[in-house]
Ligand binder design. Structure first.
Ligand SMILES: Nc1ncnc2c1ncn2[C@@H]1O[C@H](COP(=O)(O)OP(=O)(O)O)[C@@H](O)[C@H]1O
Ligand SMILES: [Mg+2]
Length: 286
């Protein structure tokens, strides 16, 4: 299986309802449009909807300071803005967000026409939805749990690689579904695996997820090579997060990962030191 292809693309998560403006209007008109729509920036396009630049609140404030509200947008907009192609992966988009430090990108098609806008804070929720981590279809034919022998799965997890983030959890979900396990069990395992995997992506150096499924239980072990959790009981508190502003802008860092893992698991053991963190997640099947 090609893991990358199983992940959604920019065109799956972007907003198609773009508010844009043509460059031959005035800064004052841009200001009014942004105020009416409650937005802080928008793509600037030509009459054929091709991307020319972006205009933001900062550009408008600057123009106001220069007494320049009657200027054409083309005179104050940011030219050569960073944009995305509709065929780009979501991982590429998240990396662009991290690199450039802003959370909104125009999306263009092959003809350079603006077809959408991508806000990185939307991506994360939609990413989990698109991977369908917490949606489980009941298996069509329910197998007796004893029908299978012990299954194992292993996957490496790379720090800050948003192209692969979620793949391990998604593969575990697939494996459990194929084994014919009950929907609620699959859902709990997928959520716990996803949050543990994302914690390595966001907070840790590289790591590894391994899973073992017997007819009686599921064991998911997620280990990484540091920097460790300073205070595990504090980290377990709902809402506690050390995620940077940048990471929060991307939609992570709600501080609910460890509490969700705890809630989803029948047993959870966490060991952490500066050398690394290991989570052992157990879910009982019978
Ligand atoms: N694998 C890890 N390595 C280092 N720190 C971690 C790891 N997992 C969790 N943490 C720490 O625990 C905190 C809480 O984690 P979590 O509940 O998942 O919230 P969030 O990931 O949204 O910050 C994180 O902000 C981070 O400080
Ligand atoms: Mg987390």
């Amino acid at each position: 299986m090609n893991d990358k292809q199983s992940l959604p693309g920019v065109q799956d998560v972007m907003t198609r309802d773009v508010i844009s403006i043509t460059s031959d209007l005035t800064v004052r008109q841009a200001k009014e449009l942004m105020r009416d729509k409650g937005i802080s920036g928008m793509p600037v396009v030509d009459r054929e909807n091709a991307l020319l630049g972006v205009i933001s609140v900062a550009d408008i404030i600057q123009a106001m300071e220069n007494n320049n509200l009657n200027a054409f947008i083309s005179e104050v907009m940011t030219v050569n803005p960073v944009f995305l192609h509709e065929q780009d992966t979501v991982g590429h988009a998240l990396n662009a967000c991290r690199r450039y430090g802003f959370g909104r990108f125009p999306v263009i098609n092959e003809q350079s026409k603006v077809v959408g806008i991508l806000t990185t804070s939307d991506i994360v929720t939609r990413l989990a939805q698109l991977l369908r981590i917490d949606q489980v279809d009941e298996p069509e034919e329910k197998k007796e749990p004893k029908d299978f022998t012990t299954q194992t799965y292993e996957c490496s997890i790379q720090s800050m690689n948003f192209d692969l983030a979620g793949v391990a959890a998604s593969n575990i979900k697939k494996m459990l579904t194929e084994l014919g396990l009950e929907g609620t069990i699959i859902r709990r395992a997928a959520i716990a695996a996803y949050d543990a995997e994302m914690n390595v992506v966001i907070h840790a150096h590289e790591g590894k997820l391994s899973a073992k499924v017997t007819p009686h239980d599921i064991t998911i072990i997620v280990e990484d090579s540091g920097p460790g959790i300073e205070d595990v009981s504090l980290a377990m508190q709902p809402g506690y997060s050390t995620a940077s502003d940048r990471i929060r802008e991307m939609g992570f860092g709600a501080g609910m990962g460890l509490p969700n893992i705890k809630k989803s698991a029948d047993e959870l053991a966490i060991e952490s030191s500066p050398k690394g963190t290991t989570l052992v997640i157990k879910i009982f099947i019978d």
